[in-house]
Write a protein that binds this ligand. Sequence first.
Ligand SMILES: [Zn+2]
Length: 262
Amino acid sequence: MSTEKSWGIVLRVVDFSETSKVVTLFTRDHGKITGLAKGAYRRNGPFESALDLLSIVQVTYIHKSGNALDLLTEAKLERRFRSASRSLTRLNCAFYLIEILGRFTEDADPNPALFDLAVNTLQTLDGDRDDPQLTLAQFEMQMLAMLGHAPMLSQCVSCGKEAGQAQRKFFGTLSGGLLCSTCRVGKKSVITLSPAAWSLLDELAAEEALRGERLAESTGAYRSGHEPTVGFPEVWSVLNLFISHLLGQPPRLQANLSRSEN
Ligand SMILES: [Zn+2]
């Protein structure tokens, strides 16, 4: 048993009893943790209604050994997700983010860079200057890179041939990236992408992570008054399929996200 303290993002909240909740957080210093919050519903209690989904909190907890649930002893709210009542798309994007964050990360396996990326992305999604789905797509690409799942974009995954300037490029979701016109033959789950979609995918994967609103500006999504970014629908489909393949099934909330909502 040891007392730990860390920043955390609330990923999941399940009622445990009339007064308690079981809460899963992705913490900056200790990775994903799940703990029992006794008296979580009590006003003026140690949690002060900080344990809502999407909240960024400073959490104190007692780590139990073995399979026992950790015991949360305190949570201080740093930031609440405010766009919940303003935009269903933003809320759905944020919920989707915490779903995949929870599913791609393991208990007690910290990744501070990924934590910071998630916090920054939630903050961007909670504003109004970005294209939320573009912001989410960028998070997905950056997260995949941080976890060693980045798709290969510059050369064929199968034979190593450089991508070149082909008009149409092929993304193999099972192969994990670019397939040249020779290697794509006979492969399953291959998506043909336009040059615009491919360069957007490249941009989203760029190591120098652009914040959502800057990305929206550079791709014209914001400048042109929220017209869809060229190539985005293709990128969105590829990412959905690729993420689903890596997880073994589509994320539960994937269906909630469509381009038509506001
Ligand atoms: Zn090839």
